[in-house]
Design a protein around this ligand. Structure first.
Ligand code: ATP
Ligand code: MG
Length: 384
C-alpha cells in the first residue's frame, strides 16, 4: 500500500485537439514544483499520480500543488493491487465516524466485479468491521472513492482538495504587469496568470522622492506572487526626472493623467522588447480619479500596439482584498511606503481628462522624448 497524490485538471478537458499542448505545459509546471521534493510524477492516459512521497513533507507538497494553475483538485490516497482484500485494507484507512458511501469507478472493464458490486462489497465489509458506521447514499458524511485502473492498480481516496483551477501558467503567452506597491496590481497579476499568462513585471520608482524601502517592498511583492505566478523578471524604471518635468511644465490637475500616460508609453516599449503580448494593470473602474472611463481612455490612447488587460475592472475593493489575502500579498501591500503616484500629488486631480488637453500639456515638456529614452536606458532587470 503506497501513499500517492492524485491530481485532476479541469478546463483542459475542453481543449480537444490542443489538449496535448496545454498538458505538456501543465506537466512541466507540476514537475517544476516537485523538483524540490524527492517525489515523482507519473502520467498515464491523462491521469496524474505522484509516487515516492516523503510523509514528512506531504502537506508542503499538496500546498504547493494547490497553487498550480490548470489543476482542479487533488487527493491524497493509496495505491494497491486490484484485489478485493487489499482494496478493503486500504479503504479502512479512510474510515471516520458517521455515515458514508463507497463510490467505485472502473476503468478496467474486464474486472470481475462491476463498480456497483465493488461499492456494495466494500461497504458491507466496512459495516461489519466498524460498529458505529452507517451507510447513507444521499447525504454521507464521507465518501470512499475506489478507482480501478486498467494497469492492475487501484487507487483509494476520500477527500478532494480544491486547487487553483484556470489554465497552465505560460499556455497563454507572456504579459507585462505594471506592478506598484499597492493591493491591486499583484491581484491583477494573479488573475491573468490564472488564465495562463506568464508575467514579467515593470515598476516605476521615483528615487529620491520615494525610498529604497518602497522599491524593496515591490521586490518582496514580486517574490510573494511566485507560488502562483512563477518566477518574474522585474523591470525597474527610474521615473523621477519624468515626474519632475511634468510637474514643472504642465497643469497640476493633469499630473496623474500625464504620469500614467508616460508609464504606459514606457511599459509598451518594454513589453515589445521583452516579447510580451499585452500589458496588465490593476485598474478598477471608478476606484480613484485616474480610473474613471475618461481617464482610462486618455491613458490608454498612448498605447499603439498591445491590448491593456484590466482583470480587476469590474471588481469591488473588498473582493480584491479577499484575493490579496488568499494569495498572500496583502500584508506586504499595506506596508506604508509611498508609491511614485503620490509624488507631486495635485489637490484637484482631473476626473474627466481630455486627450487633446493631455497632448497639449505634453507638448510643453522640454525634451520629453529624450526623457523617455533616458528612463528606458536606466532600467534594471531583476529575476525574482
Ligand atoms: P495598486 O493597488 O495596484 O497600486 P491603485 O488602486 O493604487 O492600484 P493606481 O495607483 O492609480 O491604483 O494605479 C493603477 C495601476 O497602475 C496599478 O494597479 C498598477 O498596475 C499601475 N501602477 C501604479 N503605480 C505604478 C508604479 N509605480 N509602477 C508600476 N505600475 C504602477
Ligand atoms: Mg497604487
Amino acid at each position: 500500500m503506497n501513499k500517492v497524490i492524485l491530481l485532476r485538471y479541469g478546463e483542459l478537458h475542453l481543449k480537444g485537439k490542443n489538449r496535448g499542448y496545454f498538458e505538456k505545459i501543465l506537466i512541466k509546471n507540476i514537475e517544476e514544483k516537485l523538483s524540490v521534493y524527492n517525489c515523482k510524477l507519473d502520467v498515464y492516459r491523462g491521469r496524474y499520480i505522484i509516487h515516492n512521497i516523503d510523509e514528512q513533507v506531504i502537506s508542503d507538497i499538496t500546498s504547493d500543488l494547490t497553487k498550480v494553475f490548470g489543476l482542479y483538485s487533488l487527493s491524497i490516497g493509496y495505491e494497491t493491487e486490484s484485489e478485493v482484500d487489499k482494496i478493503f485494507e486500504v479503504s479502512k484507512q479512510f474510515v471516520r465516524s458517521g455515515s458514508f458511501k463507497v463510490d467505485t469507478h472502473r476503468a478496467d472493464k474486464n474486472y470481475p466485479l462491476t463498480s456497483v458490486e465493488m461499492s456494495a462489497l466494500i461497504g458491507e465489509k466496512l459495516l461489519d468491521a466498524y460498529d458505529d458506521l452507517k451507510v447513507d447514499l444521499h447525504n454521507p458524511d464521507f465518501v470512499i472513492y475506489i478507482d480501478i485502473r486498467e494497469t492492475g492498480k487501484t487507487y483509494v481516496f476520500c477527500d478532494k482538495i480544491k486547487c487553483a483551477g484556470g489554465m497552465p501558467l505560460g499556455s497563454a503567452g507572456k504579459g507585462l504587469l505594471l506592478l506598484s506597491g499597492g493591493i491591486d496590481s499583484p491581484v491583477a497579476g494573479y488573475m491573468m496568470s490564472k488564465r495562463g499568462l506568464k508575467l514579467d513585471a515593470i515598476h516605476f520608482f521615483s528615487y529620491p522622492y520615494t525610498s529604497e524601502a518602497a522599491k524593496q517592498k515591490v521586490i518582496k511583492l514580486a517574490g510573494e506572487m511566485a507560488p502562483y505566478c512563477g518566477s518574474v523578471n522585474l523591470v525597474l524604471v527610474p521615473f523621477a526626472k519624468i515626474q519632475e518635468a511634468i510637474h514643472k511644465y504642465c497643469h497640476s490637475n493633469y499630473m496623474i493623467t500625464l504620469v500614467r500616460r508616460a508609464m504606459m508609453r514606457i511599459a509598451e516599449r518594454v513589453a515589445i522588447i521583452r516579447d510580451c503580448g499585452c500589458l496588465v494593470n490593476g485598474e478598477s473602474l471608478g476606484q480613484v480619479a485616474s480610473q474613471t472611463l475618461e481617464s482610462l481612455n486618455v491613458t490608454q490612447s498612448v498605447i499603439k500596439r498591445l491590448p491593456v488587460l484590466r482583470p480587476l475592472i469590474g471588481m469591488d475593493k473588498e473582493e480584491i482584498v479577499e484575493i490579496s489575502e488568499k494569495i498572500g500579498t496583502y500584508a506586504t501591500s499595506i506596508l506604508p511606503y509611498e508609491d511614485c503616484c503620490t509624488v507631486f500629488l495635485p489637490d484637484n486631480p482631473v476626473t474627466r481628462p481630455r486627450i487633446e488637453f493631455a497632448e497639449a500639456e505634453e507638448a510643453k515638456i522640454v525634451d520629453y522624448d529624450k526623457l523617455l529614452e533616458e528612463a528606458l536606458s536606466g532600467i534594471e532587470v531583476l529575476k525574482i
